[in-house]
Design a protein around this ligand. Structure first.
Ligand code: GLC
Length: 512
C-alpha cells in the first residue's frame, strides 16, 4: 500500500523572522526563504513548516494572528507566498503552515467586535465571564507568567476575557459553531492555494471545561499545563481533520500537543481520525543520556505502535534552547542528529541545527520575547563577513556564536562539517526504506550506548549511538559497513566494533 508522503518525510521548521532578510528591515521575509531554496533542496529535506506569516501585531511574534487569511507585509504578500509555494513544489518540497486556532490577536477584527459591547454579535466568539469576588472568574494562570491570571478585565464592558497566553492573545470559543465554521474556512483558504498541511499550535487547548472550574492549585499555573487536555478537544480535532480530507493529496496535520506524557499525546491521533502526526516533547526534554532516551523511545513504541500512529521526533524548535546548546558540544549534537534521523517516525529539524548553531547570547536590552525564548530564534548566518548574507540593517536579534565559521557558505566548503553530516544522513534516509518506514528493534549494547535495527523487507540498517565520553566496544553479528558516521570518519569501511566517545554510526550490511 502506498504510504502518505508525511510518513517518510523530513520536515524543516523555518522561523521566517530569522531565516533571511532581503528588504532591509532586519527581519527575515518570504523572499529570503525563496532565495535559499537551493540550500534546502541540497540538504534533502522533504517539506518546510513556516512559523506564522500572517498579519500580526507581533506580541508573540506571529502567534497572535490578526488575519488568518493574509500575509504580514513584514514578510511579503499573498502573491509572494504563492510564488514561494510554486517554487517549493517545483523542487519537490512541500509547504506546511503554522495555524494558531486556540487564540487570535486582540487586534483581530473578531475580537475588536467581540469586546465592543456585551450585546456584540461576536461576544460569544471569545470566552467572556463575570468576575468572582472582584477578581478573575477562576484561578487559571497564563502560560508565560505563572503569577498572572489568564484573564484580563475589560473596563468598557465590565467582564473578563480568557487568554491562556498573553493578554494580546484572547482564546477563541471553539464551543461556538460559528467559530468552528469561520476557523475551518481559514484552513480552506490556504488549502485552496495548495498548501500541503498545517502545524497546529497548542491544539490540545481547543476544548475548554464549559464550567471553567478552578484547577487544583498545583495545576493552575500555565495554561499549557493545567487547563488543557479537555476531552472535548478530540471532537473538535475530528472536525478539523474532516476539512483536510475534503482535499486530495494527503494534506497533513501535525499538532503541537504540549502534554508531557506520551500516552496523552497518543490519544490525539484518535482512531486515525484526529491528527495525522503529533509532537511528543518528552524526548526533547530528555537529558543527553542513553537510559533516558531509551525510556522515551520505549514509551513511543508502546503507546503509538499500538494504535498504528506514526511518531515524530524533535530536538530543537523556536520555543526551547537548541540541542547544540543543551547538549554542550558539537560532537554530542552530531550524535543526537544521527538519532533524530534514524528513529522510527517523522523527524522535524529546526533550521540552523544543520549548522550546529548554538543559542545567541541575548543582552537584556535586546530581549524581546515575553516567554524568554530569544536565544534559539537568532538569525541564520548565510555567509562570513559583516552582514552574513542579510542586509546592512541590524537583525532583530543578535547573531548566534561564531557566525564567521558557522554559516552556510563556510560549512558547505568543508565536507567534514556538521552541515555535510546532515546532508549525508538525509541522503541515507532517502535511499533506505528501512530508515524511512521500517521496523525498530533494540539491540543489546553497553550501558551509555543505544543500538537498534531498522528493517523493511530485505533492507536493513543498524544504528549505534554513544552518549558518553568513553570508548565502548559494540560487537555485532554479521558483517557491517559504516554508511554514515557522526564524525565523518571511516565511512565505507567495515565496522570494527569500536565506538569512540560521542560517536554515532549508521551501518549497512556489507557486501553487494
Ligand atoms: C506554541 C508556540 C509558541 C507560542 C504559543 C502560543 O507553544 O510554539 O511559540 O508562544 O504556542 O501561541
Amino acid at each position: 500500500m502506498e504510504q502518505p508522503w508525511w510518513r517518510s518525510a523530513v520536515v524543516c521548521q523555518i522561523y521566517p523572522r530569522s531565516f533571511c532578510d532581503t528588504d532591509g528591515d532586519g527581519v527575515g521575509d518570504l523572499a529570503g526563504v525563496r532565495a535559499h531554496l537551493d540550500h534546502l533542496e541540497w540538504l534533502g529535506i522533504d517539506a518546510i513548516w513556516l512559523s506564522p506569516i500572517f498579519p500580526s501585531p507581533m506580541a508573540d511574534f506571529g502567534y497572535d494572528v490578526a488575519d488568518y487569511c493574509d500575509v504580514d507585509p513584514l514578510f511579503g504578500s499573498l502573491e509572494e507566498f504563492d510564488q514561494l509555494l510554486e517554487d517549493c513544489h517545483g523542487r519537490g518540497i512541500r509547504v506546511v503552515l503554522d495555524w494558531v486556532p486556540n487564540h487570535s490577536s486582540d487586534q483581530h477584527p473578531w475580537f475588536v467586535e467581540s469586546r465592543s459591547a456585551l450585546t456584540s454579535e461576536k461576544r460569544d466568539w471569545y470566552v467572556w465571564r463575570d468576575g468572582r469576588d472582584g477578581g478573575p472568574p477562576n484561578n487559571w494562570r497564563s502560560a508565560f507568567d505563572p503569577e498572572a491570571p489568564a484573564w484580563t478585565f475589560d473596563e468598557a464592558t465590565g467582564q473578563w476575557y480568557l487568554h491562556l497566553f498573553t493578554p494580546e492573545q484572547p482564546d477563541l470559543e471553539w464551543a461556538n459553531p460559528d467559530v468552528r465554521t469561520a476557523m475551518h474556512d481559514t484552513l480552506r483558504f490556504w488549502l485552496d492555494r495548495g498548501v500541503d498541511g498545517f502545524r497546529m499550535d497548542v491544539i490540545h487547548l481547543l476544548g475548554k471545561d464549559a464550567d471553567l472550574a478552578d484547577l487544583p492549585a498545583d495545576q493552575a499555573s500555565g495554561g499549557v499545563v493545567g487547563s488543557n487536555d479537555h476531552p472535548s478537544s478530540h471532537e473538535l480535532i475530528r472536525g478539523i481533520r474532516k476539512v483536510l480530507e475534503e482535499y486530495p493529496g494527503d494534506r497533513m496535520s501535525v499538532g503541537e500537543v504540549y502534554l508531557l506524557s506520551t500516552a496523552k499525546v497518543a490519544a490525539y491521533y484518535g482512531n486515525g481520525d484526529e491528527l495525522h502526526l503529533a509532537f511528543n516533547f518528552p524526548p526533547l526534554y530528555a537529558p543527553g543520556n542513553a537510559a533516558a532516551w531509551r525510556k522515551r523511545v520505549d514509551r513511543v513504541v508502546e503507546e503509538l505502535a499500538s494504535r498504528d500512529a506514526w511518531p515524530t521526533w524533535v530536538l530543537s524548535n523556536h520555543d526551547n534552547p537548541r540541542h547544540r546548546t543543551r547538549y554542550g558540544s558539537e560532537a554530542r549534537a552530531r550524535a543526537a542528529a544521527v538519532l533524530l534521523l534514524t528513529l522510527r517516525g517523522a523527524p522535524f529539524l529546526y533550521a540552523g541545527e544543520e549548522l550546529g548553531l548554538e543559542d545567541a547570547v541575548i543582552p537584556p536590552e535586546r530581549a524581546v520575547d515575553p516567554g524568554g525564548r530569544d536565544g534559539c530564534r537568532a538569525p541564520i548566518p548565510w555567509e562570513p563577513g559583516n552582514d552574513h548574507g542579510w542586509t546592512a540593517a541590524e537583525p532583530w536579534l543578535p547573531w548566534p556564536p561564531e557566525p564567521d565559521a558557522r554559516n552556510v557558505t563556510t560549512l558547505r566548503e568543508d565536507p567534514a562539517s556538521i552541515l555535510h553530516l546532515y546532508q549525508r544522513l538525509l541522503a541515507a534516509r532517502r535511499a533506505s526504506p528501512a530508515l524511512q518506514l521500517g521496523s525498530w528493534d533494540a539491540l543489546l549494547s553497553p550501558p551509555g550506548t543505544l543500538a537498534y535495527e531498522r528493517a523493511d523487507g530485505g533492507d536493513r540498517r543498524r544504528v549505534l549511538v554513544n552518549f558518553t565520553p568513553d570508548d565502548h566496544v559494540v560487537p555485532l553479528d554479521g558483517e557491517w559497513t559504516v554508511e554514515v558516521a557522526a564524525d565523518g570518519t571511516a565511512e565505507g569501511e567495515a565496522w570494527t566494533g569500536a565506538l569512540d566517545p560521542d560517536a554515532a554510526v549508521v551501518l549497512r550490511p556489507s557486501g553487494p
